[in-house]
Design a protein around this ligand. Structure first.
Ligand code: PRP
Length: 180
């Protein structure tokens, strides 16, 4: 285990097993559909790559990027798109992937944007649903795990752009972010 990690929440094996299950479910649900899987850079890239390989269908992978939100975005509830999709999604079945649903601002804002392009369907798959008190209730179609309101990193999730490449998800030691 990395020296900056306090505890491992989800091991490589936990992630592999759960993502396999999600892939099977999505394969069943989207048989004979025109599936476009969309992920949000950068955090969801690793989840995207593993989940898509667990889906046994012909599908398209596309990416978008948004600006990190700060106080300003929290008040407006809108995130700014920095990189748009490469393909059109009108009339197609879109599955929007996120590594983590925290306040939900990013996902809900992107759903509004994508919905305005008139896809045939638009659903969500998140690897982690963080349990926080401030969060609005929201119906997510596919959820990998619920997780506690802790500072977590790994498997795509970063702190100051580090730890994304850890193959597991763990809780960061408080002294790591307190020393900044
Ligand atoms: C993280 C994560 C989600 C978002 C979730 O992205 O990847 O996109 O925050 O938080 P929310 O539910 O409160 O909106 P971040 O802005 O850290 O950028 P990254 O994907 O590059 O890590």
């Amino acid at each position: 285990m990395h020296e900056d990690i306090e505890t491992v929440l989800f091991s490589e094996e936990d992630l592999r097993t759960r993502i396999e299950q999600m892939g099977l479910q999505i394969t069943e649900d989207y048989a004979d559909r025109d599936l476009v899987v969309v992920s949000v850079l950068r955090g969801a890239a690793i989840f995207m790559s593993d989940l898509c390989r667990a889906i046994d269908l012909s599908l398209e992978m596309d990416y978008l990027a948004v600006s990190s939100y700060g106080d300003e975005t929290e008040s407006s509830g809108v995130v700014r798109m920095e990189k748009d999709l490469s393909s059109a999604i009108e009339g197609r079945d879109v599955l929007l992937l996120e590594d983590i649903y925290d306040s939900g601002l990013t996902l809900r804002s992107l759903l509004r944007t994508l919905q305005s392009r008139r896809p045939a369907s638009l659903e969500t798959a998140v690897l982690l649903h963080k349990q926080t008190e401030q969060q609005e209730a929201f119906d997510l179609r596919y959820v990998g795990f619920t997780c506690p309101d802790a500072f977590i990193v790994g498997y795509g999730l970063d702190y100051a752009q580090r730890y994304r490449n850890l193959p597991y998800i763990g809780v960061l030691k408080p002294e790591v972010y307190q020393r900044r």
